[in-house]
Design a protein around this ligand. Structure first.
Ligand SMILES: [Zn+2]
Length: 463
């Protein structure tokens, strides 16, 4: 039975298995699912949400994020002068800061920090997110349910929970191997929290990276993911230093190592993979391994991991925001521009390709043919953008207008799992002002602790 109808000027629907812009169509919702996408006007008395200049499209599937870090570290990694950038950022700043946060934040503060990241994601256009965080932050699922965000949570598993960089620039571990214990926690979490496709929450197995997990731990993670029939996700081929370590320690290239440790296949989502060679991309493509491209996160350190390089190699490539900024439209635009710059051509990474990457490819990577598309039987996860804005009119092609000229602030309505969660730009299920105030205090506390321990300089604010 129809519970809601969404009406706009354009609908990004499906025709013959492909995304297509449909004019003057209605999206009929029945409970948590889409009942139909049709020209047939609803009968009198049916509840209709109508936006005269609305562009109705599937919610974005964000394939790699760290929402808890988003608010806590806002502005900190940007413009930092450090060499080598990513290893030092991860091991000397992000992981120690996260450890401080895990110890020092109260449950209520952690809830607020998590909620801020999720509000940012949701208002940024993501209705589903594959998010990596730390064990002990299971409040993630409670907050997601409260806000109404669909999540796949993958707590980090590392060979030691206390990794840092050694003098040779490679990660070292200060004490014994507790990776298997962390994996056991992930299994327990899966049993307690995974709701399958019918619910809002799923759990994935998330070994942190190839340079923080020993090979036997990675193999065990893969066996576990196969047993649980869930997604396995990890950071992969992020830096030349990581590749050098694999070569030095195991005598293997990145793809070879991935094959050896079970990091290839259709249930695997590799975050980044930007340092993989062209031949290695062919291996990812041939094995159906998925890549989460987070172009903005790497551009800020002067690196270019162009989406089109992966897509052209035939790799199933979705889009993630990492913990940089959660506006998916902004992410698509920069992703596209970086690809155009890399190849020196205008016609690579088109708006329509990027739109598919952010929706269909992301859903496919999660093994969810019921997400990332507006068609009968799919989950009712959708966005409405108001195109009646000076920067979006007139409309030649709504997808091009949106990707090249729009931003997340143009979203007027968001539905997840058949429930409205944002209307007229306002979050419906939680008081975002209270969350921002609480997170600001929590972040200040962590920054002060970090400054005392010389992880960070004091904030550059004049008292
Ligand atoms: Zn990441």
């Amino acid at each position: 039975m129809t519970t809601q109808v969404i009406a706009g000027k354009y609908v990004l629907g499906m025709r013959g298995g492909e995304q297509a812009v449909l004019q003057d169509h209605y999206v009929y919702v029945d409970g948590t699912k889409i009942e139909a996408v049709t020209r047939d006007a609803p009968a009198a008395g049916t509840p209709v949400v109508r936006y005269e200049h609305g562009f109705v499209m599937p919610g974005f599937v964000n394939l790699h994020a760290h929402c808890i870090r988003g608010g806590l570290f806002r502005g900190i990694p940007d413009d930092l002068e450090m060499e080598p950038w990513l290893p030092k950022l991860v091991y000397n700043v992000l992981l120690p800061l996260t450890a401080v946060a895990a110890k020092e934040l109260t449950a209520d503060e952690l809830r607020a920090v998590t909620a801020l990241g999720m509000i940012d994601l949701l208002k940024g256009g993501s209705t589903t997110v594959l998010d990596m965080w730390h064990h002990g932050q299971d409040v993630f699922f409670d907050v997601a349910r409260e806000i109404g965000l669909r999540t796949v949570g993958a707590p980090f598993i590392m060979s030691s929970s206390n990794a840092r960089l050694g003098p040779d620039g490679h990660p070292v571990w200060d004490f014994g191997n507790d990776g298997m214990a962390q994996l056991a926690k992930s299994i327990a979490l899966f049993k307690a929290r995974d709701q399958g496709r019918d619910g809002l929450a799923q759990v994935a197995i998330g070994p942190h990276a190839t340079d923080t997990c020993l090979p036997e731990l990675l193999r065990e993670c893969r066996r576990t993911a196969d047993d649980l029939d869930c997604v396995l996700t990890t950071h992969f081929a992020q830096t030349p230093q990581e590749l050098a370590l694999l070569r030095e320690r195991y005598g293997m290239g990145a793809a070879e190592y991935a094959r050896d440790t079970g990091l290839l296949g259709e249930r695997v989502v590799l975050a980044h993979a930007g340092c993989a060679s062209d031949d290695e991309l062919k291996v990812l493509a041939a094995t159906g391994t998925h890549v989460a491209n987070c172009a903005v996160s790497f551009a800020r350190q002067g690196g270019n991991f162009p989406y089109a390089r992966f897509a052209d190699a035939g790799v199933s490539t979705g889009i993630g925001t990492d913990s940089h900024g959660m506006d998916i439209i902004g992410e698509l635009r920069v992703t596209g521009l970086l690809s155009k710059l890399f190849f020196g051509k205008a016609h690579v990474a088109t708006a329509h390709q990027l739109m598919r990457a952010g929706t269909l490819a992301g859903a496919n990577a999660l093994g969810r043919p019921d997400l990332g598309r507006l068609q009968a039987g799919a989950k009712a996860d959708l966005l409405v953008f108001d195109l009646f804005k000076p920067h979006l009119q007139p409309v030649w092609d709504p997808v091009k207008n949106l990707v090249w000229k729009g931003h997340a602030g143009d979203i007027v309505y968001t539905m997840v799992h058949g429930e409205p969660v944002v209307q007229d730009g306002r979050l419906l299920k939680i008081d975002e002002g209270a969350i921002m105030r609480k997170t600001a205090l929590a972040a200040r506390k962590i920054w002060n602790f970090a400054a005392e321990r010389k992880i960070l300089p004091p904030p550059p604010l004049v008292q």
